[in-house]
Write a protein that binds this ligand. Structure first.
Ligand SMILES: [Zn+2]
Length: 736
């Protein structure tokens, strides 16, 4: 009969139907960095029995229910004792088993009267009928009140003992076990002496588990606020989840402290808020995520997340434009670009500083964030250009390319800090468009064919171009000096100061500004954001060396003025990098030798016998660049005028093979086959430089011929002698 009744007991769930749990987030090393409130505003961490230290389980059973594993939910002896006590008017305490105590928590029972007590027993039978002892014990340890809004052993261990419940020792376990019976009275409070009754109760429990050491009864709580190192990021995870994130707790903490200290110093300038991200680029794992300077500061609207907000990134897109220009052979780092006033139909871009530098090296133009050279490059890059680049990189662009026009290079399309970090991580790592990772060791599933957005050579050249020259003593840890490639950005009207930096494998992006978007002239990328960026690299110990150049990047001595292959008249030379076979490296035609009659100041032909005629080297700038220098306040020496026809076309080299306009048939099969290139050069010329379709082919001695093996299709062949005079032919090569 009893057996029949036992099997008739209806089923129930182990936990309340609406039970909710804390979100628990760990860092990449397993350390808990965030515990959130459950839906009912309690801290309650679901923890399996195996992850609770045995001393906690042992002490709980010894204190609450010694016979837990041998009764069917209700202990008849203690019920009897409690009943007798009640009849005699003497409280003998409890009589509740651990199962009954859990039943009271689980079903919200009022047990201070007989009917409540009776239901508690029936519910205890119900739990015992449908769940194992271990399940009930686990549910109790996950639900018991431990004071304040802390429920369950795991949350209590953090809050009161500052450790995980797997690491509790006996003293801590014994102290915690006391709490559920009188949570309000026994809850640890700062500055309040513990009740004598609590200490004596602990002593009794210690005696019971055969540890009668009076030293252990006197436990000093290690109260600690619940971990909350990543409040902005934590909001992105559903309540109750437990995840191991890519975040590095120590990097996150150092970054947070660095940002706080930095902003204290900037307070008088009215700069009060910042967001940052730190990425390990090869894995795209996010090591640090700071949404605002202080989540809990309402004055800066700290709960807003600056990592997700989209704003104008100023010049932060420029490196990718230069990268395209490098890969398309339009420039190399030492190419001269025109920093000149430009006028387009409905757009008048100006440099931030409203001045013009004149001709400027590509790497300087990028580093100094000159707007006009960038706008010119926007007009020159082929294919999808910068817009196409951003699109392929997975960027959200709300409008067609025509909407942004050339000003895209100046940041007219808004970006979030997260998107900027993704772009720069691609630049620092493999060049692929890959999303950032927030979960440790999670690899993004992307089966599509992956091609780098920029070549390894272009990526490396960009990093080299952006290396910060100023040797900052902050960055020198002992003998190790790191190199940081930095690009800064300032939004129009000084609303946002940005800096993105790469050092070795690490990427840091910094934003400073205000969530109410008010303007502040102190918000400049170079002076406000870059110093914080450098400090972050230093304090988080993330500075590394720039890796060696990849295959395909070569270096050579180039003319320091023109950035071209030096001729015999170039006086200053400079080591420079370029991409083999792609960079537009041609002989310097800027420096040329002329003959000047010192008496008349007139330029004369080279064959003059007049003793007053002396050779001089002069810079032959194009009219465009001469105008630029003049506008920039650096006029160049004019070439002396001449009464004669100097360096007439008859003096220029003459291509004798191939012949202009001819069609050449060349055998496909033999290795020797190719287009023979030969020329007559003027007297005094020693070297000739051959080009085809805009690319450098070879240099030969005057009179020597060159066989171009790769010739095919329409070929524009260009020849220049060492004085800078040139000629060209156009032929058609058919392969048989
Ligand atoms: Zn030169």
């Amino acid at each position: 009969m009893l057996l029949f009744l036992w099997y008739m007991i209806p089923a129930c769930s182990l936990y309340k139907e609406d039970a909710s749990w804390s979100t628990v987030l760990r860092d990449r090393h397993g350390e808990i960095i965030y515990v959130g409130l459950a839906k009912d505003d309690r801290y309650r961490i679901k923890t399996p029995l195996q992850k609770i230290h045995p001393s906690m389980i042992q002490s709980t059973l010894a204190y609450e229910d010694e016979h837990f594993f041998s009764h069917p939910g209700v202990n008849p002896l203690s019920v009897l004792r409690a009943l007798v006590g009640q009849l005699q008017g003497v409280s003998r305490g409890g009589g509740s088993t651990l199962t009954m105590q859990y039943a009271r928590l689980r079903f919200d029972l009022k047990t201070n009267h007989m009917s409540g007590k009776l239901e508690q027993m029936l519910r205890a039978f119900q739990l015992e009928r449908h769940f194992t002892k271990e399940q009930i014990l686990e549910a109790y340890l996950n639900s018991a009140p431990y004071g304040g809004n802390v429920e369950g052993v795991a949350a209590a261990s953090y809050r009161w003992c500052d450790k995980e419940c797997a690491n509790l020792n006996t003293q801590e376990s014994v102290a915690l076990v006391m709490l559920p019976q009188r949570p309000a009275a026994r809850m640890p409070r700062v500055g309040r002496e513990e009740l004598a009754s609590t200490i004596s109760a602990r002593q009794r429990l210690l005696d019971k588990i055969n540890l009668s050491d009076s030293m252990l009864a006197d436990y000093a709580w290690q109260t600690q606020r619940m971990p909350n190192a990543i409040p902005h990021l934590a909001r992105q995870f559903p309540a109750g989840e437990e995840r191991q994130l890519s975040i590095d707790a120590s990097v996150q903490q150092r970054a947070q402290e660095t940002v706080r200290d930095y902003l204290i110093r900037q307070k008088e300038l009215g700069v009060t808020n910042a967001s940052i991200m730190i990425i390990d680029s090869p894995t795209r794992e996010v090591l640090s995520y700071i949404g605002s300077a202080d989540f809990f500061d309402d004055q800066i609207e700290g709960q807003n997340d600056g990592v997700k907000a989209r704003r104008s990134p100023g010049s932060l897109y420029k490196p990718f434009l230069y990268g395209l220009a490098l890969d398309q052979g339009l420039i190399h780092p030492n190419s001269l670009l025109a920093d000149a006033p430009l006028h387009f139909r409905d757009y008048n871009p100006e440099n931030n500083e409203r001045d013009f530098l004149g001709p400027v090296k590509a790497s300087d133009a990028l580093k100094r964030s000159r707007n006009l050279p960038a706008i010119r490059l926007m007009n020159q890059v082929q294919g999808g250009g910068l817009y196409g680049y951003l699109q392929t990189a997975g960027f959200r662009l709300d409008h067609p390319a025509s909407h942004y026009g050339l000003s895209l290079a100046l940041g007219s399309a808004p970006a979030s800090l997260e998107e900027v970090a993704q772009l720069y991580s691609s630049l620092a790592a493999d060049g692929l468009a890959a999303p950032l990772q927030y979960i440790h060791h999670e690899v993004a599933s992307n089966n599509s064919v992956k091609l780098p957005l920029l070549s390894a050579a272009a990526r490396w050249l960009l990093r080299d171009m952006l290396v910060d020259d100023q040797r900052d003593p902050l960055l020198n840890h002992g003998s190790r000096i790191g190199e940081i490639s930095i690009k800064t950005g300032t939004s129009q009207g000084y609303h946002d100061a940005w800096a993105a930096g790469i050092s070795g494998r690490y990427v840091i992006v910094v934003w400073l500004g205000n969530f109410d978007n008010h303007s502040n002239p102190a918000l400049k990328g170079r002076t406000m954001a870059a110093p914080l960026l450098k400090q972050l690299f230093a304090t988080c110990h993330l500075t590394q060396k720039l890796p060696p150049p990849p295959a395909g990047v070569s270096h050579a001595e180039l003319c320091a003025v023109s950035g071209m292959i030096p001729c015999q008249h170039c006086q200053h030379q400079q080591q420079a990098w370029f991409i083999e076979g792609i960079s537009p490296i041609v002989p310097c035609d800027l420096h040329r030798q002329i003959w000047v009659n010192q008496r008349t100041g007139k330029r004369v032909a080279s064959n003059s016998r007049d003793p007053d005629v002396k050779a001089e080297v002069r810079e032959f700038w194009s009219q465009e660049f001469l105008d630029l220098f003049r506008q920039a306040g650096m006029p160049r020496r004019a070439i002396p005028p001449s009464n004669e026809v100097i360096l007439a076309q008859a003096d220029a080299p003459h291509i004798t093979s191939p012949m202009n306009g001819n069609v050449y048939e060349i055998e496909q099969s033999t290795r020797e086959s190719g287009l023979i290139c030969k020329a007559d050069a003027a007297p005094g010329v020693t070297r000739l430089f051959w080009f085809a379709n805009g690319k450098f082919l070879a240099s030969t001695a005057a009179g020597e011929s060159y066989i171009w093996h790769e010739a095919e299709g329409v070929c524009q062949i260009h020849l220049m002698d060492d004085r800078g005079l040139s000629t060209s032919v156009k032929v058609n090569v058919e392969r048989k």
